[in-house]
Write a protein that binds this ligand. Structure first.
Ligand code: PSU
Ligand code: MN
Length: 304
């Protein structure tokens, strides 16, 4: 594993670092918007007092903290594998390029000692999972790996109530920024309650710190609703999601191809509007994640 100097130094000094994933770059958005977004997300992390560490696998080596050229490569290179936990051994042994999903990025963040990770939306229980059994590995990793994930809920293509049930089974604490309900990705808010609505980054960090001191295994999910001005109406997006899910089924798209197909199809069906919302929500999450990470670093130093 290669940790870049800036990230290594920040970790050694107990300063705030935020982990970022690369599947959203290679498989979640089209080029060049994906690269522009990844760089804007890193900038937002810095502006809010933390060091960004974009994570991926280059020629079989796990990289923590990519440079701009590496991010550019993840954005445009063909054949970058989508890496969930099960794919690590193959991608490392075969010296391949791999873009890490939420699950894989959590594992690497934990190895490197980074406590907070920012993404757009986590993977979850897919619609129709009672037939397909498609449940993202992300949910199991949240149950096992001690990293807090800041996101705008689960991706809109999923079954949100089932995803929350699964998180409860896994024992994952679910918090939401100034909201009593779970974030709804492109849309303002779902009607599904969370465990706690926090008001400030300090408050969120204090909950992470309490969990750390208790030695409880597993992640915390921090939901951050998309800003109202960037949101798409729920009914509008939901009917398009249903259409995309139907098309995927007709075309026999399943497994790890499912999420990239659906996200791409929804961008087409919304004429690019969903992509804009997706970009805005990730940048917004980066700001919050950096603030929470800074507060956590401060609380750890003070030891209270
Ligand atoms: N969030 C986004 N876009 C994405 C993803 C998250 O806004 O593309 C990625 C994450 O890497 C997540 C993955 O872990 O999609 C989920 O894939 P699957 O449903 O196959 O587990
Ligand atoms: Mn899946």
């Amino acid at each position: 594993m290669k940790i870049n100097e800036e990230v290594k130094k920040a970790l050694e000094e107990g300063r705030a670092v935020v982990a970022l994933e690369s599947t959203i770059i290679s498989h979640g958005m089209p080029y060049p918007k994906n690269v522009e977004t990844a760089l804007a997300v890193e900038a937002a992390v810095r502006e809010n007092g933390a060091v960004p560490a974009t994570i991926g696998i280059i020629d079989g080596e796990i990289v923590v903290g990519m440079d701009h050229e590496e991010i550019e490569q993840f954005g445009k290179r063909k054949g970058v594998a989508k890496v969930s936990k099960r794919d690590f051994p193959i991608v490392v042994a075969k010296k391949m390029w791999g873009a890490t999903t939420v699950s894989a990025t959590m594992i690497v963040a934990k190895m490197a000692g980074i406590p907070v990770f920012v993404t757009g939306g986590i993977g979850g229980v897919h619609r129709g999972a009672e037939k397909t059994w498609d449940v993202s590995r992300d949910l199991r990793e949240l149950g096992e790996v001690d990293v807090a994930v800041v996101c705008s809920g689960a991706k809109a293509i999923l079954d949100i109530p089932k995803t929350l049930e699964y998180l409860e089974t896994e024992g994952v604490t679910v918090l939401s920024n100034k909201a009593k309900t779970f974030a709804n990705f492109y849309s303002v808010s779902s009607s599904d309650p969370v465990d706690y609505a926090f008001e400030t980054p300090e408050e969120a960090a204090s909950i992470l710190y309490a969990k750390e001191k208790l030695g409880l295994k597993g992640g915390v999910l921090i939901s951050n609703p998309i800003p109202e001005e960037d949101a798409l109406p729920h009914e509008y997006i939901d009917s398009l999601v249903e259409q995309a899910v139907r098309e995927a089924e007709e075309q026999g798209i399943k497994g790890k191809e499912s999420t990239p197909f659906l996200l791409k199809r929804i961008v087409e069906l919304t004429g690019g509007r969903s992509l804009e919302s997706n970009i805005r929500l990730v940048i917004n999450n980066a700001k919050l994640g950096a603030k929470i990470s800074s507060c956590l670093a401060k609380q750890r130093k003070e030891g209270k």
